[in-house]
Design a protein around this ligand. Structure first.
Ligand SMILES: Nc1nc2c(c(=O)[nH]1)N[C@H]1C(S)=C(S)[C@@H](COP(=O)(O)OP(=O)(O)OC[C@H]3O[C@@H](n4cnc5c(=O)[nH]c(N)nc54)[C@H](O)[C@@H]3O)O[C@H]1N2
Ligand SMILES: Nc1nc2c(c(=O)[nH]1)N[C@H]1C(S)=C(S)[C@@H](COP(=O)(O)OP(=O)(O)OC[C@H]3O[C@@H](n4cnc5c(=O)[nH]c(N)nc54)[C@H](O)[C@@H]3O)O[C@H]1N2
Ligand code: SF4
Ligand SMILES: [Mo]
Length: 661
C-alpha cells in the first residue's frame, strides 16, 4: 500500500498491458477518485516514466465510450446495437445457454478465449484462474499461440529456457544487436540500459524503425531470413578462429555437427538469401568476433514468420560460439518469463477437468469457429481479447463470429470490433479498480497492483464475474469460490508477497542460462519432428508481391487505445510505406490512396513512399479498429497459417499486391 496524507493517498499499481516493461506506477487518489498516475521513481526499470500511451490511462479509465453496464445484443451480429440489462439477467441468460450447450454438445463446445489485454495473473490471462470454472464444465483448452510461442519454443530447444539475459545487464555490453525489435516503440525502458553501456548499436530490421534511426548502424535484411544471417555471422567468427573453444567444449552439446552446419552458410550464400551486401555481413561478423561481450535484444516481431521458431533457436547459438553467454552483458534477451517460478498450475487447476479435452489455437479463430466439429464450438467467451482486430484472416473471424448458432460473451472495457458480435457484453474493471500483480517479461520484476478506486457503473473484475456465474449455475466445486487474496497467495507461494505489497515491486532471482548446456543438437526438437540441429527455415507465404510487415504502432498497444481520440489523431489514417522503386513500378506516389490485397482479403491505405523500407518490403502497423477503417484492417490480408514451432502466428510473413485505388 502507499502512504496517506490528509485526504489523498498514493497507491502502487502496475501496467498489465502486453508490453515487456511491466511498469510500476503510483496512483494518487483524492476523495475516492484517481486524480493522478505516474511511473514509480524507485523502480529501477520504470525510473519514473511510463509511456506515451499509458500516460493517458486515467483518461481511458474515464472515457465516454467505456462499457459500464452489462448489455444484450438487440441488432444483428456485427451491428453493435445493444440494450442495457441487469447483471442478474445477464448471468441468468449465460447460465441457461451454457447449461443447454453442455447438455447437448458436451463441455468441449465451449471455447474460453483469453487474449493479451491484461497480463495480470489474477484478473488477466497469464495465470487465468477462471480456467477453474471452464475446467469444471470440461471446456476446450485454449493455446495462447498469437504472440511469442514460436520463439519461446525455439529458445527452449537451444537453452532449456526462453528466459535469457537480465536486460539490466545490457548496461555492461560492448556491442548491442537490436535484432527484429523496435524497443523505442514496443517497450522503451531497455533503451536506458543500452545507453548506459555506451555500446556500439546495430539494428537489424527490414524497416528503418524508430529504433534503427537511433542506432550506430542499420542492416536491412529480407524478412524471415535472420537465421541465415546468424549462421553467416557465426561462419565469419569461426573462419577467423574467434570462437571460444573452451566454452564450446565445456558448455555445449553437438558442436562438431553444428560447426558443419555453420560452414554451409558462407557470407556469399547468406548475402544471396538475406539480400544484404556481403561486405556488411563480414564486417558485422568481425565486429562481433572482436567485441566482448555482445548482447542481442530480439523480441516477438522477428518470429512472426514461417521459420520464426528456428530463427530464435539459431540466433541463441551465436553467444555460445563467442562464449558471451558466460559474460555479464552478453547473451540474448527475448522474454524473461521463464525466470519466474509462479505456481500457475495451482491457479488454473487443470486437475478439475472431468476428462481430457481438445485444444483450440488462439491464432485459428476462423478454423475453430467455422470448421471444428465433434463438437462444433457453440459458446465463445472472449476475455481481454479482440480477435476481429488482432487475429489473422479477419474475414473468416468475422464469418465465424457471425454464426447465428454461436453464443458469444465478451468481457470488455470498450466497444471493440469484437464486442459488436457479442450476444452478451460484460463490463470489466480496469487496473486501478482491482488487485493483481504482473511479472514483467522484459525485466526481472514482479510489480504489485493494489485496488485504488471503486469501478464506475457496474463493472466487475474477471474473477468476481466468474464467481457469480458459478453460483448462478449452481456449481459446487469450492475452488470456484476462492477469494482473490487466496488466489494471490497460491500463485505467489515462495515469493515475499508482503514485501511486494508494501514496496510495490520485487526483483526475482533469475535461473541459470542455459539451464544445463547449450543444445546445438536438440533431442527435444528431433522428437517434435524438427531438424535436430539449428538451421534456417525460409519464409512461407506462397503468394506474390511485396512482403508486408505490420509491426507495433507507436500510439496504440495492439488494438488497445484504438478508440482514444487523441491517440487516434496522432496515429493518423491507415498508411503503408513502400520503397521508391516499388512505388514507381506500381504508379504509386506519396499520398496515393491504395488498395492492399491478396487472396485472403484487402484493406485501404494511403501510400507513403520512402526508403525507410528496403525494396521488396512494405510496412504498416497493427492495432487499428476495423469500424474506423472501412470495415477491414491489415489483418484481412494475413494468413491463419502456423509458423514452424508451437503454432505461432505469421503476421509479418505476408505477401500483398498494392494498387492505386
Ligand atoms: N507501442 C506499442 N508497444 C507494444 C505493442 C504495440 O502494439 N504498441 N505491442 C506489444 C506486443 S503484444 C508485443 S508482442 C511487442 C512486439 O514488439 P516487437 O517485438 O518490437 O515486434 P514488432 O513491432 O512486431 O516488430 C519489431 C521490428 O521487427 C521488424 N521485423 C519484422 N519482421 C522481421 C524479420 O523477419 N527480421 C528482422 N530482423 N526484423 C523484422 C519490424 O520491422 C519491426 O521494426 O510489443 C509490445 N509493445
Ligand atoms: N497484423 C498484426 N496483427 C497482430 C500482431 C502483429 O504483429 N501484426 N501482433 C499480435 C500480437 S503480438 C498480439 S499479443 C495480439 C494481441 O491481440 P489481443 O489479445 O486481441 O489484444 P488487444 O488487441 O490489445 O485486445 C485486448 C482487449 O482486451 C481488453 N482488456 C484489457 N484489459 C482487460 C481486462 O482487464 N479485462 C477485460 N475484460 N478486458 C480487458 C482491451 O480493452 C482490448 O480490447 O495481436 C496480434 N495481432
Ligand atoms: S505499455 Fe509498457 S512502457 Fe507503457 S506503461 Fe505499460 S509497461 Fe510501461
Ligand atoms: Mo504480443
Amino acid at each position: 500500500m502507499g502512504w496517506g496524507y490528509d485526504r489523498w493517498v498514493k497507491v502502487f499499481g502496475a501496467c498489465a498491458l502486453d508490453c515487456p516493461d511491466g511498469c510500476s506506477w503510483e496512483v494518487t487518489v483524492e476523495g475516492g477518485v484517481a486524480v493522478g498516475m505516474r511511473g514509480a521513481k524507485a523502480h529501477p526499470v520504470t525510473r519514473g516514466a511510463l509511456c506515451v500511451k499509458v500516460n493517458r490511462y486515467l483518461e481511458q479509465v474515464n472515457a465516454a465510450d467505456r462499457i459500464r453496464y452489462p448489455m444484450r445484443r438487440v441488432g444483428r451480429k456485427g451491428e453493435g446495437r445493444f440494450e442495457r440489462i441487469e447483471w442478474d439477467e445477464a448471468l441468468g441468460e449465460i447460465a441457461e445457454r451454457l447449461g443447454g450447450i453442455v447438455e447437448e454438445y458436451g463441455g468441449e463446445a465451449i471455447w474460453p478465449f483469453p487474449g493479451t489485454g491484461n497480463l495480470g495473473y489474477i484478473q488477466g490471462t497469464e495465470g487465468f484462474p477462471v480456467r477453474r470454472f471452464f475446467n469444471v464444465l470440461g471446456a476446450s483448452l485454449h493455446d495462447p499461440t498469437i504472440c511469442s510461442a514460436a520463439g519461446s519454443a525455439g529458445l527452449k530447444y537451444t537453452l532449456g529456457t526462453a528466459g535469457g539475459m537480465d536486460p539490466e545487464d545490457f548496461a555492461h555490453s560492448g556491442l548491442v544487436l537490436l535484432w527484429g525489435t523496435n524497443p523505442l516503440t514496443s517497450g522503451h525502458h531497455i533503451w536506458k540500459f543500452i545507453q548506459d553501456s555506451g555500446a556500439y548499436t546495430v539494428a537489424i530490421d527490414p524497416v528503418r524503425s524508430r529504433t534503427a534511426e537511433r542506432c550506430d548502424e542499420h542492416l536491412a535484411p529480407l524478412p524471415g531470413t535472420d537465421a541465415a544471417l546468424a549462421l553467416g555471422l557465426m561462419n565469419v567468427i569461426v573462419t577467423r578462429g574467434a570462437h571460444d573453444a573452451g566454452y564450446l567444449a565445456e558448455k555445449t552439446v553437438g558442436w562438431y555437427e553444428f560447426r558443419s552446419r555453420i560452414m554451409e552458410f558462407t557470407p556469399d550464400r547468406v548475402a544471396g538469401i538475406t539480400g544484404l551486401p556481403v561486405e556488411r555481413i563480414v564486417e558485422l561478423g568481425e565486429r562481433i568476433a572482436r567485441t566482448r561481450p555482445t548482447a542481442i535484444r530480439a523480441s516477438q516481431g522477428i518470429q512472426r514468420h514461417a521459420g520464426g521458431g528456428m530463427a530464435l533457436r539459431t540466433m541463441a547459438c551465436l553467444p555460445a560460439v563467442t562464449g558471451d553467454w558466460a559474460i555479464r552483458g552478453g547473451g540474448l534477451h527475448y522474454s524473461t518469463s521463464g525466470h519466474y517460478q509462479l505456481d500457475v498450475p495451482s491457479l488454473a487447476r487443470f486437475d478439475l477437468l472431468p476428462n481430457p479435452v481438445r485444444t483450440l489455437s488462439q491464432t485459428r479463430v476462423g478454423a475453430g469457429l467455422l470448421e471444428a466439429s465433434d463438437p462444433p464450438v457453440k459458446a465463445l467467451f472472449v476475455i481481454a481479447a479482440n480477435p476481429v482486430g488482432s487475429n489473422p484472416e479477419q474475414r473468416a473471424v468475422i464469418e465465424g463470429l457471425s454464426r447465428e448458432d454461436l453464443f458469444t460473451v465478451v468481457l470488455e472495457h470498450f466497444p471493440t470490433d469484437t464486442v459488436d458480435y457479442a450476444d452478451i457484453v460484460l463490463p470489466s474493471t480496469m487496473q486501478p479498480e482491482h488487485t493483481d500483480f504482473v511479472a514483467a517479461y522484459g525485466n526481472l520484476y514482479l510489480a504489485w497492483n493494489e485496488k485504488a478506486v471503486e469501478p464506475p457503473g457496474e463493472c466487475l473484475s474477471t474473477t468476481e464475474t466468474f464467481r457469480r456465474l458459478a453460483r448462478r449455475m449452481g456449481l459446487t466445486e469450492p475452488a470456484l469460490y476462492e477469494s482473490d487474496e487466496d488466489l494471490l497467495r497460491t500463485v505467489l507461494r515462495g515469493y515475499d508477497i508482503d514485501r511486494l505489497r508494501t514496496e510495490g515491486f520485487l526483483k526475482i532471482e533469475p535461473r541459470p542460462v542455459p539451464i544445463e548446456k547449450i543444445n546445438f543438437i536438440s533431442p527435444l526438437a528431433e522428437r517434435a519432428g524438427h531438424d535436430p540441429l539449428p538451421g534456417y527455415t525460409p519464409p512461407g507465404d506462397p503468394g506474390t508481391g511485396l512482403i508486408l510487415i505490420s509491426a507495433a504502432p507507436h500510439y496504440f498497444l495492439n488494438t488497445t487505445f484504438g478508440s482514444n481520440p487523441e491517440l487516434r489523431r496522432r496515429t493518423g489514417e491507415s498508411r503503408i510505406t513502400i520503397h521508391p522503386d516499388d512505388a514507381a513500378a506500381r504508379d504509386i506516389a506519396e499520398g496515393t490512396p491504395v488498395l492492399v490485397a491478396n487472396a485472403r482479403g484487402s484493406f485501404e491505405a494511403i501510400a507513403e513512399v520512402s526508403d525507410r523500407v528496403r525494396p521488396g518490403v512494405a510496412a504498416t502497423t497493427k492495432g487499428r479498429w476495423a469500424k474506423f477503417t472501412n470495415g477491414a484492417t491489415v489483418n484481412a490480408t494475413i494468413a491463419e497459417r502456423d509458423s514452424d514451432f508451437a503454432g505461432g502466428a505469421v503476421f509479418h510473413d505476408n505477401r500483398v499486391e498494392i494498387t492505386p485505388r
